[in-house]
Design a protein around this ligand. Structure first.
Ligand code: GLU
Length: 496
């Protein structure tokens, strides 16, 4: 089947992660670029799990890869294939390379090599076993006999012409002493077998290119794939993204309530610059035709994506920009969509059935225009959604409470006056607002100043949703009970 696809000349790309850790945003970018390229060219996007390193690969990391692709909305057309189930293929390749005299056995330990090469200008393996005639066997690695002179050259779509001189390449291991194939062997054998036409991956893998090509050619793999090594992702200080310093785990973004399409939209811009590239004009059009102004839908990206528009300079992974794009997406949703997307976050925060869905529905439009991620919703609406009349201590911001309720001498007057008025007036946003304004005028205060202690007493914080709308929505009973509580606390403080 693979051969058939090849003979039809179709594009075949693969995303080939090693399941040795959580899913990194850089992997998400690689997967997305492969997917966009495949879709644009009506090709095939393959998922290949490179789990040959059995000590480091774990089932939960594999599940993490599949979940991440699902979340991003870029499912593979083929696979997942697992390298752990393809050992026979690698063994056959080793046999072929051995028969051709490309490999030799080596029983040197790291310490042996180090002792012999310490102080030498050329690092790496020194070729000690090249002519010792060691046959393959337990405890013996197999090394590739790299020609002494010559070079490998590729035309990388992103990086241009890249040349690798053989003299700088050591005789590298393809099979470990315990019989496990090394990454570069399994990777190359699979690329040949799966008919991969384009290798699109991170720039960190560039050094493995000459090894892969030597194996490819020795195995008579046929036409080499086209390479595109994507620029490194860096932080604001132009340092390579690091696990310790930067939020790089995709799951973290998922938990914080980033929207997958917004995330893809941002990822696509990491190294891909459609506007400056040769398809710029079409991209401009796409931007205007996109579902959301200023953003590009996945479908629109597919239409204009091309590898030639990827540039080689490091790409700044800017969480602020990502968050901005996310906010734009959230605002562009219908309220109904926003409510549906938000429920899981509210359920995990408050517990299913533990919050008032009707109240949330009423507040949703105001919330939607104020949040940048969906995890910001629960803290913003907790004061209104939880069924308890009184405000939970955990929802009270201590600093706001002290400054606005306890330490402000006007607070008690304001709260007493509104308590009285709110007990009698019609319970409608506009009316509540007018009555509060009247009280502010009487007390010679600006509305904002008069509002502050009310807001803190009822919602627990000085900032938040529009106050009078919130009061209408949570109802008279809760509002009065919370104001009363604040009055009691002030009284207590003043009389103690
Ligand atoms: N499995 C390799 C890695 O995760 C990637 C291989 C490739 O894309 O060629 O680093």
């Amino acid at each position: 089947m693979l051969k058939e696809a090849l003979s039809q000349g179709g594009v075949r790309v693969r995303f080939a992660p090693s399941p040795t850790g959580y899913f990194h945003v850089g992997s998400a970018r690689t997967a997305l670029f492969n997917w966009l390229f495949a879709r644009h060219n009506h090709g095939t996007f393959i998922l290949r799990i490179e789990d040959t390193d059995i000590t480091r690969s774990k089932p939960e990391w594999i599940a993490g890869i599949v979940d991440a692709l699902n979340w991003l909305g870029i499912q593979p057309d083929e696979g997942p294939y697992f390298q752990s189930g393809r050992q026979k293929l690698y063994q056959a390749a080793v046999d072929k390379l051995l028969a051709k005299g490309c490999l030799y056995g080596c029983d040197c330990t790291h310490q042996d090599v180090e002792a012999r090469t310490r102080g030498l200008s050329k690092p790496g393996y020194d070729g000690y076993c090249r002519d010792r005639g060691l046959q393959p066997g337990p405890g013996r690695a197999l090394r590739f006999r790299v020609p002494d002179s010559g070079f490998v050259q590729i035309e990388d779509v992103v990086r241009g012409t890249v040349t690798f001189q053989h003299e700088y390449l050591e005789d590298f291991v393809v099979l470990k002493g315990d019989g496990q194939p090394l990454f570069v062997l399994a990777n190359t054998v699979d690329d040949i077998d799966m008919g991969i036409t384009h290798v699109i991956r991170g720039e960190d893998l560039l050094p493995s290119v000459p090894k892969g090509i030597l194996i490819w050619q020795a195995l008579d793999g046929g036409k080499l794939p086209c390479f595109a090594h994507l620029p490194m992702l860096v932080d604001a200080k132009r340092r390579k993204l690091s696990k310790r310093r930067d939020p790089v785990s995709l799951v973290e973004y998922q938990r914080q309530g980033y929207i997958p399409t917004a995330f893809c939209n941002y990822l696509a811009l990491l190294g891909w610059n459609p506007e400056g590239g040769r398809q710029g004009r079409e991209q401009q059009q796409a931007t205007h035709q996109g579902d959301i102004p200023g953003t590009v839908s996945l479908n629109e990206m597919v239409k204009v994506f091309c590898l030639e528009d990827v540039n080689s300079s490091p790409a700044f992974f800017d969480v602020k920009k990502l968050t901005h794009i996310n906010a734009v997406y959230i605002r562009s949703m219908t309220t109904e969509q926003f409510i549906l997307e938000t429920y899981p976050f509210l359920e995990s925060e408050f517990g299913p059935g533990e919050f008032d869905k009707t109240v949330f529905r009423r507040l949703a439009p105001s919330v939607q225009s104020r949040v940048s991620t969906l995890s910001e919703v629960a803290p913003m609406v907790a004061f209104a959604l939880l069924n308890k009349v009184e405000l939970a201590d955990s929802l009270i911001d201590e600093t706001s409470w002290k400054k606005t309720v306890i330490d402000d001498p006007k607070a008690i007057e304001i709260l007493r006056a509104v308590f009285d008025t709110y007990s009698r007036c019609d319970w409608m946003e506009q009316v509540i607002k007018e009555k509060t304004l009247n009280i502010a005028v009487k007390l010679q205060l600006k509305l904002a100043k008069a509002q502050a202690p009310i807001r803190v007493a009822v919602t627990g914080n000085v900032v938040g949703l529009p106050l009078f709308e919130s009061l209408e929505v949570i109802g008279r009973e809760k509002t009065l009970a919370r104001i009363k509580h604040a009055i009691d606390v002030i009284d207590e403080v003043q009389h103690s």
